[in-house]
Design a binder for this molecule. Sequence first.
Ligand code: KG4
Ligand code: ZN
Length: 336
Amino acid sequence: MIVLGIETSCDETGVAIYDTDKGLLADVLYSQIDLHSQYGGVVPELASRDHVQRIIPLVDQALQQAKLNKSNIDGIAYTEGPGLMGALLVGAAVGRSLAWSLGIPSIGVHHMEGHLLAPMLADNKPVFPFLGLLVSGGHSLLVDVKVHGQYLVIGESLDDAIGEAFDKTAKLLDLGYPGGPAISKAAQKGDASAYQFPRPMTNRPGLDMSFSGLKTFVLNTWESSDKSEQTKANIAAAFQEAIVDTLIIKCKRAIKETNYSRIVIAGGVSANVQLREKMQEYADKNGVEVFFPDPKLCTDNGSMIAYAGALRLLKGEKSTIGFQTRARWSLEELSH
Ligand code: KG4
Ligand code: ZN
């Protein structure tokens, strides 16, 4: 089965083609970073308008890359939510109309399921069951994944998502947008031991997380500092280390609770090199296997949507005549 995947939930227009026999045939992406960076964050209306302009040329480009015609496509997957409503509507409308005109099934995909399954597109694929750690701009979730489609959220952020904490912290340090890569770059020149930032919610039991206090801690540290470039780099390094340490502590607990021996880490923040290295180190020392998406499939992309959609289309699932996109959508609602 050949599936066209469309991702437009936020500030990336992603289109990909996944063949259930041969794997990924095409993956094209247009990132709106330049459009939004002058505002220090995503402007929803600008995002929607830009998706409208990019989407059709990107579908054509993906078909060209895969050396296919529209008539070769067997199904279409698009992101149904969660995300920015206007942005989601663009991908959903194009996906649904194209499927209708070609007489093929379509399926609305949960964006976070797309992220969660993205590591399965790598050579070293995880098998079920596993502990999922989803870390993106909008969500921080620890998920008990028994089988495909059965998701139990066992921990989550009570305030800022981790990517959001990176973005807000980068903004207050004037490091640019998106904040994750900017903090990570600044941290390379910094000394994490210059500061001891809190590891939030680790001194009491539980799997929930909270990152807004850490951001305030950074703000106070920065405001009372000499505001030099070296201080900025040191703060970035200490902040990144605090986040990574906190995530490792929470994963250790979740592994103990679930008794799983596999962790799948996905979502934009899983591109973070320090997180990948430290998690790998922890996993190697504790007889746990850890899986990440290919670095270019950590942040939003069409491939993860094509793949997650293909798994559901293969099971016979498809959109009915009703049409919806969802700004909010719990991953647990997918379980049946
Ligand atoms: O998954 P994603 O592309 O979009 C959402 O679903 O939200 O995640 C975007 C988030 C942003 O907050 C960005 O700052 C963060 O992922 N991010 C990173 C890195 N690359 C992207 N955070 C830390 N380190 C990175 N290298
Ligand atoms: Zn995402």
